[in-house]
Design a protein around this ligand. Structure first.
Ligand SMILES: [Zn+2]
Length: 329
């Protein structure tokens, strides 16, 4: 998309199961041949196998909810499996030598812009969520009798054993690069909805599995432009040339100046730690700062709702057609 890095947000999260959580491996063995179904596992540190949440699963769950929120805002979102998906349309356009900018601005839907599709890279990535060193989730054996949906009776005499994880926390990292502010706002909404129990992770969701709370532990921003005001958040639209901004269809006011109380505070020794630490690397490279409290990060993300609403009001399909009737005869 862009050959150089314009901005980056690195969000460190704690995902805390609020009940049983079971992310299943994509094995192909028949269900009844698996004696115990574990949460998917991987070697980690000195341990040969620990339960974890693959980054791809996390990204998938985030994308589904992102699509739901986008639709409820009135934004167009494609069905990746349909013939009119962004990927299909993009691949058709590739043969017409369409530029990356035109692909982004004219073909990709809101979800494909952020999460990517087969034809274009996205702007967000999620690392595998690994158990916390100090407070890892615990495995817990449970038994379930598979129920025949039509007869309502036990399908077989075999009681199946499950080993979901409960309690503790997983640590993960979400990275956005060259992002527009509305995209960061949407990721914030998805994470807060996950925290509110509106997004579940893994299997058995109808049984209440997969509810989590989300802790926003740390957020590091980097904006690659010299002499930026240090109390701002800058989307890619405010960091590229006017020509590029128009080509990619970025919003012209893709930035936001903040009023966070602790922002420039250097608390004396003994006082509480400031929740925002500034580290202006060098004017030559740009601005970098870190927010290190859940509330400060949540507050910043919610302030970006303004940028999301601006984007939505410019990108709702059929906005120009409104309800004027076009005479067809
Ligand atoms: Zn799409």
């Amino acid at each position: 998309m862009h050959s150089r890095l314009g901005n980056r947000a690195v969000l460190d999260l704690s995902i805390r199961p609020q009940g049983p959580l079971l992310v299943r491996a994509g094995h192909t063995a028949s269900e009844d041949s698996i004696p115990i179904e574990h949460n998917v596992q991987t070697p980690h540190g000195a341990s040969p196998s620990v339960p974890y949440i693959p980054g791809s699963s996390l990204k998938g769950v985030m994308r589904s909810h992102f699509e739901r929120v986008a639709r409820s805002c009135g934004l167009a979102v494609c069905d990746p499996f349909s013939a009119s998906s962004c990927a299909r349309r993009a691949l058709a356009k590739r043969s017409e030598q369409i530029s990356d900018a035109k692909l982004y601005s004219e073909v990709l839907c809101a979800a494909c812009k952020v999460f990517g599709c087969e034809a274009a890279a996205g702007r967000v990535s999620a690392s595998d969520a690994m158990p916390s060193e100090t407070n890892p989730p615990k495995r817990q054996l449970r038994a379930t009798l598979p129920v025949d949906r039509f007869l309502g009776s036990g399908r077989s005499a075999t009681v199946r054993d499950f080993e979901p994880v409960v309690g503790g926390e997983f640590k993960t990292r979400i990275v956005l690069e060259n992002f527009e502010l509305w995209q960061l706002a949407m990721i914030g909404i998805v994470l807060m909805d996950m925290d509110d129990g509106r997004v579940q992770i893994g299997g058995f969701r109808s049984k209440g599995y997969g509810l989590v709370s989300v802790g926003l532990d740390r957020c590091e921003f980097f904006f690659a432009k010299p002499n930026l005001p240090t109390n701002g958040v800058y989307g890619i639209g405010s960091l590229v040339s006017d020509h590029q901004r128009r080509e990619f269809g970025y919003m012209s006011d893709d930035w936001l100046l903040l009023r966070l109380p602790q922002m420039s505070e250097h608390s004396p020794e003994g006082n509480h730690r400031p929740s925002v630490q500034y580290d202006v690397i060098a004017d030559l490279f740009g601005l970098k700062y870190v927010l290190s409290s859940h509330d400060a990060i949540k507050s910043l993300l919610s302030m970006l709702t303004k940028n999301l609403l601006d984007y939505v009001s410019h990108h709702r399909p059929g906005e120009r057609a409104s309800d004027e009737t076009q005479g067809s005869s």
